[in-house]
Write a protein that binds this ligand. Structure first.
Ligand SMILES: [Zn+2]
Length: 359
């Protein structure tokens, strides 16, 4: 599907901006530390931002990661983004927030020390819980100063996500960004109460959520697809010059509903279907067995679907989520093949980074 490009921005000179009390002039690149609740040992623990302010006017895009402290692929996506030479020709402003939930990141956990989920704590308040205070600071100091956003996530612990964009596809500008990102699966996803997307959506800021890989793991393909996706969105927004090498996934699978298939019994689980594969109604997705294999129970696909997420942990109790299936209205081909092509095209794009890949 081709998407309308926003009107070209006139190359007017940009004006100074302010983040964290610091004035940033056109053409400057600065690191800003915004205070958060200190550690219990009273050392400071700031929200660190890297801000690139282009000489020409344009959109202000934030890219955030580790809102869930154990979701670290996005942290590496941002490290690679800030090394890109293309940023010298940036129009507008790029605000990178590599670790939003610093407290959770240090503890290698999704949550904050108060046990709350930051992405259910927006808009937060200055006088609320710890999570609410971090949410408030991030919203006031970053999100509300930007015109667009991309929030980077992964699956939970032991759960893998096929690289996918989740967004409110009923908003035309958000839908256009979602397609521009260029991964093979685009999900229309309901807004959750207290999420960043909810408050940003209410303020009219288009936001994409990129989900790829597993918590506490680096995945090179997911990272590269993330770097490329953010650059594609920046080109779409007119922040970077367009590139003849930028390939789009024009026939991304659009899905408006999905569900998890749960374990019918407890046992030892063997997945027999790959991520990205098409599962027809009634297909066997995997087997759950007792340790000696005397009693085996198949796990069945309830509807025609594509596998977009799954557990990597073979020891399961009944009711545990095993496969995340995306449902579609129009018939789709197995995107496993398209996925292979996509991985191959990422291999060809090694020039994105001169560094050795993580293997
Ligand atoms: Zn997350």
């Amino acid at each position: 599907m081709s998407t309308p490009k926003p009107a070209a921005t006139t190359a007017r000179k940009s004006k100074p901006i302010e983040f964290g009390g610091q004035t940033i002039l056109p053409g400057q690149q600065v690191t800003v530390d915004i205070p958060l609740a200190s550690m219990v040992t009273q050392q400071s623990l700031p929200l660190t931002l890297r801000i690139y302010h282009g000489r020409s006017e344009g959109p202000c895009l934030f890219v955030s990661a580790a809102i869930h402290g154990d979701e670290i692929n996005g942290v590496e996506v941002i490290r690679r983004l800030q090394k890109l030479k293309a940023l010298k020709r940036l129009k507008g402003t790029l605000v990178l927030a590599p670790i939003v939930n610093v407290h959770g990141f240090l503890d290698k956990t999704r949550y904050l020390p108060d046990g709350r989920d930051l992405n259910r704590s927006f808009p937060g308040s200055q006088r609320g819980t710890l999570a609410g205070r971090v949410a408030y600071t991030f919203l006031e100091e970053v999100v509300n100063k930007c015109t667009h956003g991309i929030d980077l996530h992964t699956g939970a612990r032991h759960r893998d996500n096929l690289p996918q964009i989740r967004a409110d596809l009923d908003q035309p500008e958000t839908a256009a960004m979602a397609h521009a990102f260029g991964v093979p699966v685009v999900m229309h996803s309901a807004i959750r109460d207290g999420s960043l997307r909810q408050v940003a959506g209410e303020n009219g800021t288009p936001i994409l959520l990129y989900e790829a890989g597993e918590a506490l793991r680096f995945d090179e393909v997911c990272i590269r697809a993330g770097v490329k996706g953010v650059m594609n969105v920046m080109r779409h927004l007119g922040m970077l010059p367009s590139s003849s090498r930028a390939k789009h996934v024009d026939d991304a699978m659009i899905s408006r509903s999905s569900s998890w298939v749960r374990a019918p019994i407890s046992g030892i689980f063997r997945a027999t279907i790959a991520m990205g594969a098409k599962a027809e109604k009634g297909a066997v997705l995997g087997i759950i067995a007792d340790p000696l294999g005397d009693a085996e129970e198949p796990v069945i696909a309830p509807k025609d679907s594509i596998v977009i997420g799954r557990t990597n942990l073979p020891l399961v109790h009944e009711g545990e989520a095993l496969f995340h299936l995306a449902y579609y209205d129009d018939a789709v081909d197995d995107i496993a093949e398209q996925w292979e092509e996509f991985e191959y095209s990422l291999d060809e794009s090694m020039t994105l980074s001169e560094e050795p890949p993580i293997v």
